[in-house]
Design a protein around this ligand. Sequence first.
Ligand code: NAP
Ligand code: HSE
Length: 435
Amino acid sequence: MAPVDVPVALLGYGTVGAAVNRFLHENAGDIERATGHRLRVVKALVRDLKKERDFPAAPGILTTDFAEIADNPKLSLVAEVMGGLDPTHKYILRLLESGKPVVTANKQLLAQRGAELFATAQEAGVQLRFEASVCAAIPVIKVLRESLVVTNVHRILGIVNGTTNYILTQMELGASYEEALAEAKHYGYAEIDPTEDVSGADAAAKMAILATVAFGSRVTLADVQFEGVEHINSAHVAAARQMDMVIRLIGQAALVDGRYDVRVSPALVDRAHPLASVEGPFNAVMLQGDAIREITLEGPGAGGIETASAVIADMVSIIGTTGAGFLHNDACWRTLDRLPAGELRSPFYMQISVDDRPGVLARVAECLASHSVSVARLVQTQVEGGATLHVVSHEATYGAIEGALEEIRGLPESREISAAFPVISQRGISELGWT
Ligand code: NAP
Ligand code: HSE
C-alpha cells in the first residue's frame, strides 16, 4: 500500500532541526514500515539562509518567512526546535490556533509560559507534544503521562542536564571546568546560551515540566529553587572522591503532605548510588510512586540526534493518535529466523573441580581449545584432595562452551562442573577478578 504522505515543517534548523531532517531522510523506510506514513520536511524556518548546515536541506526548504509555514494549509504538523521565548511563543500560538499540531523541544518556553500554550492547544483541539524538552532521547514524558497514569508518582530524583553532567564527569577525569564546557558546546549539548545549563536554569525548567506532569499541578520555572555548577572546582571533585562520592547536578521534586517542593543543586552522590554511574551527557530519572516503587530511566540527555529521536517520536505519536492512527497493527513487517541454539556469543565463567594431578590443567585447556574457546583468565584454588579451576573465557558461542564442558566432564580427573555462566560486564575481560 502506498504510504500516507505527511508534509511537516520545522521552526529552526540548527543542531536539533538538521538532525530531525537527517533522520527523516535516512530512516524514512523504518518510519514508513512502522507507521505506513512518510514524513517529509517541506519548510524549515531559520535566520540565516547562507549558514553552513550539518545536513544541508534541499533547495527551497529553508525560509526566513514564518508565514510560509503558518499559512500553509497542507502541513500536518510543525516541530519547534528554534528555542527562545520570543518570537517562538507567538509562533506556536498561531500554529495551534490554526489547527496545526506542534511538537516542541523548548523547556524554557513550557516552564515559563506553558499554561497559555496548553490552554490554546486544548481550545483548538490539537496536540502540543514535548518529549524532547526533557532528557532528550529518554521517553520520560510518555512514561509519566501514559504508562504511569495511575501510579501516583510522588518523588522524582534525577540528572536532567547533559552539559553539566558532562562537565562534572570530565572534571573527574582531570579536565578543567572551562575545557569541559568548551567540549560540551562543541558536541552540541549546550543551550544556545550555555549559562542556562551551568546556572541550573535548564535543569530547573525540566524539573518544573516533570513535576507538572507527575503531580498534575502546574509548576513553573519561578517555583523551582536552583543552583548550578559554576562554583564547582577541582578541589570539590577531589574531596568527593576521597569520600568515595561524586558530584552531580541533581534535580529533586517531591510531594510532601500534599505540597510540592522542586529544586536543583549540586549534590554529593555516593558511588554505590545508581545516579553516580550516570556519566557524560547521559541523564537519568528515578520515579518513585505507590504502585511502581521505583523506576529508573537512563539514556542520552543531550545532543542533536538524541533530541531528534524524541522529536520524531512525538511526530509519530501524533500520527498514531489522529483518526484511526496506525496502532491497529503491532508493527510486524518481516519474518526473521530464530538464531540456531548455541550460536549466540558471550564471554563465560566456568568453575571446574578436578583431581589435583600433573597434566590435568593441560587436558582441560585442550578441551577448551578444541572448541576454539580461548581462556582470558584462570585461577586455581586448592580444595580437599583436589583443585577448583575458575576460568573466564573470551567471547565464545554457547555451543562451543557446551561442547568443551561436555568433553571436560568426560575426563577421568573431572569431578564436577559447578558453574558455567555468561559474563556481563563493561569491563575488559582481563580486569575481571573473583578472588
Ligand atoms: P541551535 O543549534 O542554535 O538551532 C536553533 C535554530 O533556530 C537555528 O537554525 C536558528 O537559525 C533558528 N532560529 C533561532 N531563532 C530564530 C528566529 N528568531 N527566527 C528564525 N529562526 C530562528 O539550537 P539547538 O541546539 O538545535 O536547540 C533548539 C531547541 O532544542 C532549543 O529549545 C533547545 O533547548 C532544545 N533542545 C536542544 C537539545 C540539544 O542537545 N541541542 C536537547 C534538547 C532540547 P539559524 O541557523 O539561521 O541561526
Ligand atoms: N542543554 C541541554 C542539556 C540540552 O545539556 O541537557 C538537552 O535539553
